[in-house]
Unconditional design. Structure first.
Length: 94
């Protein structure tokens, strides 16, 4: 996931950890030591994250489900850490 080093989500160790903690921040942590590699600020609480390579660069990207207020999915580039796209939609809230 982290483009500047050996950290790749889903690869061999070290494996990064991606979490949405119910706040507006998506955190990417070093799986070996728990150090924050980077974070992404969303407009509202992040209720769910999924990892997949949507742009074909072989680096996993992050889909962040934002609810209940904005009911939005934000796709974050795992390499550049920038928003690839966002889409407002109906998302079932837990």
């Amino acid at each position: 996931m982290y483009g500047g080093g050996d950290h790749v989500v889903g690869g061999l160790p070290p494996v990064d950890v991606v979490v949405g903690t119910g706040t507006s921040i998506v955190w990417v942590l070093d799986g070996e030591g728990g150090v924050v590699l980077w974070s992404y600020s969303c407009p509202a609480a992040v209720e769910h994250v999924e990892l997949l390579d949507v742009n074909g660069d072989k680096i996993l990207d992050i889909a962040a489900g934002i609810a209940p207020s904005s009911r939005q999915v934000i796709m974050i580039d795992g390499d550049t850490q920038l928003e690839l796209w966002s889409l407002s939609m109906e998302i079932a809230s837990n």
